[in-house]
Design a binder for this molecule. Structure first.
Ligand code: MRU
Length: 346
């Protein structure tokens, strides 16, 4: 059974606290919109599709507490709450995409009672969650053909079940291949500074019975040189209109090394990650996180006091380094930008 990062039952929104994995499995009921914001900010819930789903449920739950005097009043407050939730993390498009979709739902129902608008918001949040399950399964089915018996596959960060509703994006083809009895090995780069690869990808693959080896981020070239890696599959937080992809810091380096060794480098994502309004990777806002994530490890300082620290959480891989984009519609081989735009124009 794959772990579920988000569940919503009987009006109760529960996140698996991913900051505590793999040591502790702690589920936390979200008590307010501020609580949801904080859970996203602190990466208790994380991964582009998952924060979109979390934001949608957070907005729905807060809509029940907003002023009901008139639609205008209600909608203004809803919009402000959506902006607040969106401010938690800037890079993943899925969060804004889900919140915009919730706002559009409220607008469509503006001639109905506030009670029925709130009910429509509940249905929309559940639909976003459900659809993500289907999209992830389709990504898995579409990427399945890339995985051959005996392969070594490298992934960076965590784009698995924990990062979405179910299955994952980058890990979805691996779960589907495993279901079909194909044997392969996964190499998970640890993903400094917050260790999503070592803590989360390794944990969920191990739970699923898929062979996984953790390496530090600086071992990628060496593993490729040893001939252990046949393909790379990673997730993404935002795909720009020209096909550039933002993903966890370190992804760009992995793509450059893959090019050097002539190893296919694939990126997997659902429609909710494709942002045709952002022309290229240059315009993607890269989240800069707190310096202590770099200067401290396991609560202990690992750098001299007062030294300069940088902590960008993501980087942009230029589209020319991406062999193909695995989506719910199929695999787009490079150059894919024009075809992707045609298929995803909304
Ligand atoms: O900072 P995180 O852990 O939220 O970063 C997550 C990633 O970079 C994932 O690769 C990306 O969101 C895709 S998740 C399907």
């Amino acid at each position: 059974m794959l772990p579920k990062s988000i569940s919503f039952n009987n009006e109760e929104l529960v996140f698996l606290d991913q900051t505590k994995l793999p040591g502790e499995t702690v589920y936390e009921t979200q008590s307010s919109v501020e609580h949801v914001w904080d859970s996203i900010k602190r990466l208790k819930v994380r991964g582009a599709p998952a924060i979109g789903i979390a934001g949608a449920y957070g907005l729905y739950l807060s809509s029940k507490t907003l002023p009901r005097d008139s639609f205008v009043c209600f909608f203004e407050a809803l919009k402000a709450t959506a902006e607040y939730l969106d401010s938690s993390r800037p890079t993943a498009y899925n969060l804004k995409w889900a919140l915009d979709r919730m706002l559009a739902t409220a607008k469509q129902c503006q001639n109905h009672s506030i009670e029925s608008i709130i009910e429509a918001l509940r249905r929309e949040a559940v639909a976003i969650h459900e659809e993500d399950r289907e999209l992830c399964r389709a990504i898995g089915n579409n990427g399945l053909g890339l995985i051959q018996d005996g392969m070594g596959i490298l992934t960076h960060c965590n784009a698995g079940s924990l990062a979405v509703s179910e299955l994952g994006t980058a890990l979805s083809p691996m779960y589907v291949a495993h279901e079909k009895g194909i044997n392969f090995k996964v190499y998970a780069s640890e993903t400094r500074p917050l260790l999503q690869g070592a803590r989360l990808t390794a944990w969920e693959l191990q739970q699923a019975g898929i062979e996984v080896t953790v390496i530090t981020d600086n071992m990628v070239a060496h593993m490729m040189d040893e001939g252990l890696i046949d393909m790379v599959i990673v997730g993404t937080d935002r795909v720009a209109a020209n096909g550039d992809v933002a993903n966890k810091i370190g992804t760009h380096g992995v793509a450059i090394i893959s090019k050097h060794f002539n190893i296919p480098f694939y990126v997997a994502c659902p429609a909710s990650t494709i942002d045709l309004n952002t022309p290229s990777g240059n315009e993607i806002e890269i989240e800069e996180r707190a310096p202590d994530e770099v200067s401290h490890f396991s609560g202990r300082s690992t750098t001299p006091a007062g030294v300069n620290i940088r902590n960008p959480a993501f980087d942009v891989t230029p589209h020319r380094l991406v062999s193909g984009l695995i989506t719910e519609k199929g695999i787009y081989s490079n150059p894919y930008a024009e075809k992707m735009k045609e298929d995803y124009a909304r």
